[in-house]
Design a protein around this ligand. Structure first.
Ligand code: HEM
Length: 533
């Protein structure tokens, strides 16, 4: 995940997302009294011959250093990793001594290109955050849950007959992409595109990640251009029409931020929660029996297996003494949620599900001005995702031993590469999972005409119903252009165009003249991108 980094994925938040950029590349040893022997080198991960963050000895570090430890974020880039619960919370909440804005501390004097809410303070932050908060608030349970169910059933349908699946690659990873894409207001074909691009970004292979990063940028630029020209009932249009008057560039940043901050942790919250259910029969029994409610279960996973282990986040605004250390102005500080959650001052019962269930004081959603604006949304999404898979993959068991599971080689993300399972096959492919029209390009001209013919949105409905209800499209355009993942009606092929009557006058020519158009940037992206290459 690249929260707080302004990077377009593919890099590690704990290293600033763009090593030597977000956290500066100079200032170097002179700014940190502990560089060299004393600083913990975070830039040498497991693939670089060092222990992974999962193996960081949190307890030992806390007893040796207290609330924070000096680290080397990238070669020559010193910083601090917050270890204690109290220290993490204090820095999350305090905007006087700790800033989220990297610009003043950029060593080159060149501010990072990105300008999302997560990298701003004060009024500027509020101006960018409020449109996001208001747009997310428009997505209620009655809209979100059926959308998640449809997408979940569709994905399960693709593997249902096999009786085996990778719950990360086949389910937990594509699901948030499909949902976010639907909220953004695009047809599912773009959701599969976004899921594919996201998978490439996190593949760890620069040859796959770099073109994907460019394509993701094109996706968001194309999305904003399309919705500016032709608004709909979606969160993109809400953000664009918000009274705060975001520019196109700011809207692109806002939407990219929703995806950057939302996709990966949601994937791994689903994955880590499913692993917990599969591994621990007590948790499974309590969950299915109803003594462990889904909401409380999510909190339990957020304590014990938070998808965010460490997070790049703040800069000291002045020289200060903090938690017994001397912090210099501009020093970057990383949040250490994995350490905070095992800090004995707050968590003495780290592995007792029932003791941690329902305890909302974990830091996984952040705190203070930048606290995650999507907590209710994510809880609902994750709960529905878990319930649907548990319900439909009957007899689900892990296909490998726990020790054989591969974890992401990341300092910041705590999540599995794969979660292979076996379950009782249904023996048939779920019809709702079959979407033959997705295997071929959408008819661009037809889609253009549909958009032009879209009925105006119902007055007052926008804030209530950004998603189609119960799988039923709300207007003609939605019926054809945003097929829900599982609605059988949406698998219908586009109707053939009627031929123009022969010898007709200009009256009959005009509508067809509209059909010759240049595909917009999103259409071009969809038609040029080769999935799963
Ligand atoms: C399990 C899933 C998620 C976790 C653990 C999570 C966690 C967080 C955390 C810790 C922050 C604060 C970062 C900081 O203070 O520097 C944050 C901010 C944010 N999150 Fe989430 N998040 C999740 C899902 C989502 C989703 C699904 C969305 C969008 C649909 C989202 C949108 C945002 C945004 C826009 C911010 C920036 C808010 C601001 O700067 O004012 N998050 N998230």
């Amino acid at each position: 995940m690249s929260q707080g980094t302004g990077s377009t994925g593919g890099s590690d938040a704990a290293t600033g997302g763009s090593e030597g950029t977000a956290f500066g590349g100079s200032g170097g040893a002179a700014r940190c009294p502990f560089t060299g022997e004393g600083a913990l080198p975070l830039h040498r991960g497991p693939d670089r011959g060092e222990a992974s963050a999962a193996e960081l000895p949190w307890e030992q570090l806390r007893s040796q250093y207290g609330g924070l430890v000096p680290v080397e974020i990238a070669p020559g880039v010193p910083g601090w990793l917050l270890l204690g619960y109290k220290e993490n919370l204090q820095v999350l909440r305090d905007q006087t001594y700790f800033s989220a804005d990297p610009r003043p501390w950029s060593p080159s004097g060149v501010p990072p290109a990105r300008s999302g809410a997560l990298n701003r303070d004060g009024d500027e932050h509020q101006r960018l955050r409020v449109p996001i908060v208001d747009a997310l608030a428009s997505v209620g349970t009655p809209q979100l849950v059926p959308a998640v169910e449809r997408a979940a059933v569709h994905l399960i349908g693709l593997v249902e007959s096999a009786g085996s699946a990778d719950l990360i690659g086949d389910y937990a990873a594509p699901l948030p992409a499909l949902i976010l894409n639907e909220l953004f207001g695009l047809p599912d074909s773009y959701g599969h595109l976004l899921a594919d691009l996201t998978a490439r970004l996190w593949s760890g292979d620069p040859a796959r990640a770099e073109p994907a990063a460019l394509a993701v940028r094109s996706y968001f630029e194309g999305l904003v251009a399309r919705k500016r020209a032709d608004p709909g009932q979606d969160i993109t249009s809400l953000i664009l029409e918000h009274p705060h008057g975001l520019t196109d560039d700011e809207a692109v940043e806002a939407l990219s931020l929703l995806w950057e901050t939302g996709h990966e942790p949601t994937t791994h919250l689903i994955g880590n929660a499913l692993l917990k259910l599969l591994e621990d029969p007590n948790v499974w029994t309590a969950y299915l029996g109803g003594t462990l409610t889904p909401e409380d279960f999510v909190d339990y996973v957020m304590w014990t297996d938070s998808p965010i282990r460490m997070l790049a986040g703040r800069y000291s605004t002045m020289d200060i003494g903090f938690a017994g250390a001397r912090i210099r102005q501009g020093d970057p500080l990383l949040f250490g949620f994995a350490s905070a959650h095992t800090d004995p001052s707050v968590s003495r019962v780290a592995d007792d599900a029932m003791a941690l269930a329902g305890n909302r004081s974990h830091l996984s959603w952040g705190a203070g001005a930048h606290r995650c604006p999507a907590t209710a949304f994510t809880r609902e999404l994750v709960r529905t995702a878990i319930d649907t898979v548990v319900d439909r993959m009957r007899g689900m068991v892990m296909a490998v031993e726990s020790a054989e599971l591969r974890w992401r080689a990341s300092l910041s993300v705590h999540g599995l590469e794969e979660l292979p399972v076996w379950f009782t096959p249904t023996g048939e492919r779920d019809q709702r999972g079959e979407r033959p029209e997705e295997s071929r390009p959408e008819p661009v001209v037809t889609r253009w005409v549909r958009r032009r013919k879209r009925k105006p949105a119902g007055q007052g409905a926008r804030y209530q119903a950004p998603l189609p209800r119960g799988g039923q499209p709300e207007d003609g355009a939605a019926k054809n252009e945003t097929p829900a993942p599982a609605a059988p009606a949406r698998t219908a092929k586009p109707r053939p165009r009627r031929a123009a009557p022969r010898g007709a006058g200009a009256r009959y020519q005009a509508p067809f003249a509209e059909e010759t158009h240049t595909p917009d940037p999103l259409e071009q992206l969809l038609h040029t991108w080769r999935p799963r290459g």
